[in-house]
Design a protein around this ligand. Structure first.
Ligand SMILES: Nc1ncnc2c1ncn2[C@@H]1O[C@H](COP(=O)(O)OP(=O)(O)OP(=O)(O)O)[C@@H](O)[C@H]1O
Ligand SMILES: [Mg+2]
Length: 264
């Protein structure tokens, strides 16, 4: 279909723009008698920015673990760009464009920012890495690492040991590590947790400046922070989605207000 056809055919256009990046159907995860995630059905269209909010213990991180494949579902189905990935191991989901923030504890603190990024890129490309030799750099990989470091504002720290980064910079590095693959859907679990207000604002700017074609799902407690970042908000409570609305509507939602005022 050429561009003129596409403009003349709004229905076809709408179909194209509403393709789902992520689809969850009846996803449940039990821990013994506890249903941490319970019958969650969720659609995140491609390019959408979605926040998941909810009180402590609501099941938000567990939901991310199920999507990323770190943990298996008790029941339900998960699709990534229409492909059923419910039983796919985590690394194969990464290979299909699913990125999630790594914990900083997963990085090598005495290597530089750049070397950590290169190792992550090598890990994704499945090239063998020899631990006793210097971290190899290849043209395209090096360019990509540099580009991502610019994207997250860490290029001036590329040669610094990770151990010397500030807390805020370490969170920026987490974001960079999640972007180093060909990430199409990015899951961010509280990227601004533990940051000062200036660092939080910086992180919000960074998230806002991510490429528009990226689909983003972000867990965040601070409603003020997510309000200006996302298109829609899903509220999780006791493992269930209890509301899914625009940020403005979610602020007015009485049930959501009660959960937040009651719990916090
Ligand atoms: N591996 C596990 N084994 C047993 N119970 C677990 C496990 N992981 C999570 N839970 C329980 O599942 C529930 C949901 O936890 P989860 O970490 O997903 O919540 P959360 O919404 O991310 O909370 P927070 O806002 O505090 O990060 C909690 O009651 C938690 O104790
Ligand atoms: Mg959590």
């Amino acid at each position: 279909m050429n561009e003129a056809d596409s403009l003349a055919n709004p229905t076809r256009n709408a179909e194209r723009t509403t393709r789902n990046a992520l689809e969850l159907d009846g996803v449940t995860r039990s821990f013994g008698g506890l249903q941490a995630v319970c019958d969650v059905t969720l659609r995140v269209p491609q390019r959408e920015r979605r926040a998941i909010i909810g009180p402590n213990g609501a099941g938000k991180t567990t939901l991310f673990r199920l999507i990323s494949g770190e943990m298996s579902v008790t029941s339900g189905r998960i699709k990534l760009f229409g492909e059923d990935i419910t039983r796919l191991p985590a690394h194969r989901r990464v290979g299909r464009g699913l990125g999630r923030t790594y914990q900083v504890t997963n990085v090598f603190p005495h290597l530089t920012v750049e070397d950590n990024m290169t190792l992550a890129a090598i890990g994704l490309s499945k090239t063998k890495f020899q631990p006793l030799f210097p971290v190899p750099r290849r043209g395209a990989q090096r360019d990509h690492v540099e580009q991502v470091l610019v994207q997250v504002g860490l290029q001036h720290r590329a040669r610094e040991q990770v151990a010397h980064l500030s807390h805020g910079e370490q969170r920026q590095l987490e974001l960079a590590l999640a972007l180093v693959g060909q990430t199409r859907v990015l899951l961010l679990d509280e990227p601004a947790a533990g940051l000062s207000s200036a660092e939080r604002a910086r992180m919000a700017d960074l998230v806002r400046s991510l490429p528009p074609q990226l689909t983003l799902v972000i867990i965040e407690h601070d409603m003020d922070l997510v309000m200006n970042l996302v298109d829609r908000v899903s509220c999780l409570h006791n493992g269930r989605i209890i509301a899914e609305e625009t940020p403005a509507a979610i602020r007015q939602n009485q049930m959501v207000q009660e959960i937040y005022l009651g719990v916090r």
